[in-house]
Design a protein around this ligand. Structure first.
Ligand code: BGC
Length: 249
């Protein structure tokens, strides 16, 4: 296996997606294989699912993985949209055991941000850039002059007597049956809050709902430019592979 062709995984609250990525070009080299996130999403169930996809791709080598939790030194320190039994689990060791490959793990939104930073709209952007992934939860990646400040968890900021991701994630949109105007207004409110706190130069929106950007963009009333992620829902896989490659080299 070419050492710049790395298997990247995006483990989400709804699906586990993997593909082999050319980390020099920032491109998927294989189809994206998606399996539903097991329910309950326990460490062993996810370990088995990640191994199934790895074997399906016939892959052996370094694996990079984005994981939907606070991750420090490969250890999960929170679990909002995955089983609580993940807390304090060394995700790198567990996935390495299941796949028999070296696995490197970081927060899913942080790695999606890394893809945008390396190959997408955050590239060469000075000052503060905020990448938000809107899916089952809300993930965030904060960059200052290209340097990532990891594990920011803006989706967990207190908001409307709850937290932001309960108010305006894609899951919240579906649960509450929000139309695009209602969803757009809520997302605008949240992003305006971040704008006031951080005065960024650019917002980038990723996650599944970034593909539908045109349906709600008119509701943004921001001073700051906001764009959908270049890699939309693939940013997580590309960034994961990039992370695995960078950590190893
Ligand atoms: C988690 C974050 C994650 C985000 C997106 C949130 O609930 O706390 O760690 O980045 O969902 O998956």
């Amino acid at each position: 296996m070419n050492h710049t062709h790395i298997l990247g995984f995006d483990i989400g609250g709804t699906g586990i997606k993997g593909a082999i990525v050319d980390v020099v070009e920032g491109k998927l080299l294989t189809e994206r294989i998606k399996v539903p996130t097991p329910d309950p999403a326990t460490p062993d169930a996810i370990g088995r699912a990640v191994n199934t996809v790895t074997k399906q791709l016939g892959y052996k080598g370094i694996i990079g993985c984005g994981f939907p939790a606070i991750v420090k030194k490969g250890i999960a320190l929170s679990a909002s949209n995955i089983d609580k039994s993940w807390i304090n689990v060394n995700v790198e060791n567990l996935l390495s055991k299941y796949t028999e490959c070296p696995v490197y793990v970081a927060n899913d939104a942080d790695v999606a941000g890394m893809a945008e930073q390396a190959f997408g709209f955050a590239a060469n952007q000075p000052g503060t850039v905020i990448v938000l992934t809107i899916g089952t939860g809300i993930g965030s990646a904060l960059f200052y002059n290209g340097v990532l400040i990891p594990n920011t968890e803006f989706g967990h900021l207190k908001f409307h007597k709850s937290i932001a991701e309960k108010y305006t994630s894609n899951a919240a949109r579906k649960d509450k049956n929000l139309n695009w105007m209602e969803f757009g207004n809520r997302l605008n409110e949240f992003i305006q809050h971040l704008e006031f706190i951080f005065s960024p130069n650019l917002f980038i929106l990723g996650g599944g709902v970034s593909r539908k950007f045109d349906l709600y963009k008119e509701y943004f009333k921001l001073e700051t430019t906001i764009v959908p992620a270049k890699f939309q829902n693939e940013a997580g896989i590309i960034g994961a592979a990039l992370y695995g490659h960078r950590i190893k080299n």
